[in-house]
Design a protein around this ligand. Structure first.
Ligand code: NDP
Length: 284
């Protein structure tokens, strides 16, 4: 195996311990840090994410409240909760776990979260700020990926960076963060022609698609940094796996994130970091 494995658990632990120190320092100044997590319905994956987020809050000393609402919650009921949390001084960050049941309008809910409490950085105001490079919060998963790339010591500046996936929550902001760090960025998606040839040019390759083993070793430049955001179930084993064929790609890449134990833990660590940032902004 040629590639060095990027240990997301270790990198995220160091982020969380820095966050815990900040939380303690804020408490000494009389400033509490609080996160509200809202979950609607009983999606099992969402339940796991919410439990992990609550656990992470407890670990770093962040106060958390969970609102588990029934699947038949109306748009108005959810909006009322968001408005109440916007005005609750104990709560610095609000996270509405997606996906929401299909009868709810997620965009409207996100638009109603106070931009100062939008620790996911999904609100249009925060997205716009990221675009112009003047931001308070970075979206958790892309920010976590940048941390993982930095942990390798490989500089992003001037490198060919390829992001596969163009969602609003991962692919697009990921590309923007790489651009801010002076990468030369290509974004690929389902209509891209010759994905393999484009990926092969990448010094830094980020896969955020949701398809097991889409990225094979033939598509990877020797020595590249490969960041696997994907979270899929392996159809044969039923186990969690990424978008990258880890077995093959780890023979050619320079650095690679495993799934699990790569990007996933970073997403939660960055959420904790954003919640502290929110508390600081709100208590300026
Ligand atoms: P979306 O489904 O919103 O986006 C997937 C993207 O992949 C789309 O832009 C789509 O293109 C593109 N795509 C689909 N098929 C192909 C293909 N064959 N070739 C190239 N591009 C393709 O997913 P998300 O961005 O929300 O999530 C991506 C993955 O990351 C999922 O597995 C998700 O579970 C995981 N994830 C992991 C997180 C973590 O913390 N580890 C956090 C968030 C997500 P098009 O736009 O043309 O349809």
């Amino acid at each position: 195996m040629a590639a060095q494995i990027i240990d997301g658990k270790a990198v995220s632990a160091s982020v969380r311990s820095a966050v815990a120190e900040e939380v303690t320092a804020l408490k000494q100044k009389g400033i509490g840090v609080g996160l509200a997590v809202v979950i609607v319905g009983d999606d099992p994956a969402s339940r796991i994410y919410v439990n992990n987020k609550k656990k992470a809050c407890a670990e770093v000393g962040i106060y958390s409240e969970e609102y588990a609402l029934p699947a038949e919650t109306t748009q108005q009921e959810l909006l009322d909760l968001v408005h109440r949390l916007n005005n609750d001084p104990k709560i610095n960050g609000i996270l509405v776990q997606s996906p929401l049941p299909s009868h709810l309008d997620e965009n409207q809910i996100v638009a109603e979260i106070s931009p100062l409490k939008d620790v996911d950085a999904f609100h249009a105001q925060n997205v716009g700020k990221i675009m112009i490079g003047d931001f308070d919060f970075l979206p958790c998963t892309p920010a976590g990926c940048i941390h993982l790339i930095d942990s390798t010591g490989v500089s992003i500046e001037g490198k060919n960076c390829v992001v596969v996936g163009r969602s609003n929550i991962v692919g697009k902001p990921m590309a923007m963060l790489l651009l801010h760090r002076h990468g030369t960025v290509t974004i690929c998606h389902s209509r891209t022609r010759d994905l393999a040839a484009l990926c092969k040019q990448a010094d830094i390759l980020v896969a955020a698609v949701g398809r097991a083993k889409l990225i094979t070793k033939e598509m990877v430049k020797p020595g590249a940094v490969v960041i696997d955001v994907g979270m899929n179930r392996n159809p044969e084993t039923g186990k969690l796996c990424g978008d990258v064929d880890f077995e093959g790609v780890s023979q050619v890449a320079g650095y690679i994130t495993p799934v699990p134990g790569g990007v996933g833990p970073m997403t939660i660590a960055m959420l904790m970091k954003n919640t502290v940032t929110a508390a600081k902004i709100q208590n300026k």
